[in-house]
Design a protein around this ligand. Structure first.
Ligand code: ADP
Length: 439
């Protein structure tokens, strides 16, 4: 039976979209994530929540507005009851945008020019992001004292969100303090009404724990637009009667297992080392070979073929390397060139592995994940059970194996425990109804 989606989300980056979808699923909403705005305006999505993943965080503000409005129109055609603009829990943006301009454009579209009211709340206490008296804390320190002050694209040097947002929006920005939030949903809703009567269009809302998120969530019932990090998603599903079945159900997993890793972060290096130390079969991609014209894709797939035929467990193909080796490669090839070369090679290897029968695929690395998802021709992902915080299994369709689901887990660099790869496949096996890898 088709369900009309209740919540339509617009996420300003790819892994942030998955993070939001993961929180929605864990709160009981069946969730589908789309890669960009789907071309087909008429195909209805069968889920409680839809997350449209954009890559609009650091592009020029006017382009971010155009993309976000296209996403809004598509979500409205799906019949969603509430729209959620999702940004980073460290409020990543520049004085020129994009959080303010996108919020203004969405409010204008939903309520009329200069009209309407919404909140801004990047709090995600489970991830050490809290907001108090309008100031954003990362762990024990203000945002402006955290590593975010050195971010290459969006340095955050002011923790006062009212001030930061006011610099980006035409609307007046106000604040709902934690003392009000602590009094419960009705007090919060009353404060929204009071602020709106004073001419405020966007209210930064304090939240220091999950109890605050739940109270705020109740107060957001019926608000056409919510803007937030992924934390607020914890409090919204209680406003709707979603069906009782588990929201993280995916089709049974089949086929062969593989890991493709292009992340060189500390956590991923430890995960690759752990996998190898446990005797897992691994193929290391050397970027200098790719640059020299060696058929690395062919070599990797020839190496994997007999192992996949045996079906004894996951194979790992990785460009993952320690910092000094990455620096040496970058010195020879250039930073961007090395990255693009490796991403292109790994994504072709991932496509080849799927053509060779892999139906359970873990990808490590944010940029690498984007490249792989593109190479597989994925347009939609159904979100399933969580492996580690922020990393769920998903099920996708790929033109490379029409009619068969491929289970994909996209792990951003520093996520996941050291035994993440083994844990991921064990988690999938444990899901009711999954078939064991054929032997
Ligand atoms: P993370 O999530 O850890 O940041 P990404 O996939 O986003 O991982 O980024 C890693 C980047 O490093 C990618 O562009 C990838 O192609 C590149 N890369 C991977 N391995 C190497 C290597 N050995 N030498 C140089 N660059 C590499």
């Amino acid at each position: 039976m088709h369900r009309r989606p209740l919540l339509g989300c617009i996420a300003d980056d790819f892994t942030g979209a998955t993070d939001l979808a993961n929180n929605l699923v864990r709160s009981g909403m069946r969730t589908v994530q789309t890669i960009g705005v789907p071309a087909d305006a008429d195909a209805l999505v069968n889920a409680d929540a839809i997350v449209v993943a954009l890559k609009s965080r650091t592009i020029p503000a006017d382009e971010a507005v155009v993309q976000s409005l296209a996403a809004l129109r598509w979500l409205q055609a799906q019949g969603v009851a509430q729209v959620y603009f999702k940004y980073c829990s460290t409020f990543d943006s520049t004085p020129a945008g994009n959080i303010g301009p996108v919020t203004d454009a969405l409010l204008d579209a939903l309520h009329g020019p200069g009209q309407g009211f919404t909140i801004a709340c990047p709090a995600f206490p489970d991830n050490q992001r809290t907001v108090f008296k309008g100031h954003l804390f990362v762990g024990d320190v203000l945002l402006s004292d955290s590593g975010m002050r050195h971010h290459p694209l969006t340095p955050m040097t002011d923790a006062n969100l009212v001030r930061v947002l006011q610099a980006q929006t035409r609307r007046r920005v106000g604040l709902v303090e934690q003392a009000v939030v602590a009094r419960g949903a009705e007090a919060i809703a009353q404060r929204f009404r009071d602020l709106q009567a004073e001419g405020v269009g966007i209210a930064v809302v304090d939240a220091v724990g999950n109890a605050d998120l739940l109270r705020i969530g109740l107060a957001l019932a019926g608000m056409p637009l919510v803007t937030a990090g992924s934390g607020i998603a914890i409090g919204l599903p209680q406003n709707w009667q979603t069906p009782g079945e588990a929201a993280d159900q995916l089709p049974p997993a089949t086929g062969r297992q593989a890991v493709v890793s292009g992340s060189c972060s500390v956590a991923t290096n430890a995960q690759v080392q752990h996998f190898r130390a446990q005797g897992g079969p691994a193929f290391a991609v050397n970027p200098l070979d790719i640059a020299a014209g060696v058929d690395v894709v062919g070599q990797a797939l020839d190496w994997a073929a007999p192992l996949l035929a045996q079906g004894s467990g996951p194979v790992l193909v990785h460009a993952t390397a320690q910092a000094e080796s990455v620096r040496a490669v970058q010195a020879q090839l250039g930073v961007a060139e090395a990255g693009a070369l490796v991403e292109h090679t790994l994504s072709r290897i991932a496509a080849g592995l799927v053509q060779a029968g892999v139906r359970q695929l873990v990808v490590a690395g944010g940029e690498t994940s984007g490249a792989v998802v593109q190479a597989l021709g994925v347009t939609q992902m159904a979100i399933g059970p969580q492996i580690d915080p922020g990393v769920p299994w998903t099920a996708v369709q790929s033109p490379l194996c029409p009619g068969e689901a491929v289970h994909v887990a996209l792990k951003s660099g520093n996520f996941g425990s050291t035994d993440f790869f083994a844990k991921a496949f064990a988690r999938l096996c444990a899901v009711a109804g999954s078939e064991k890898q054929p032997t």
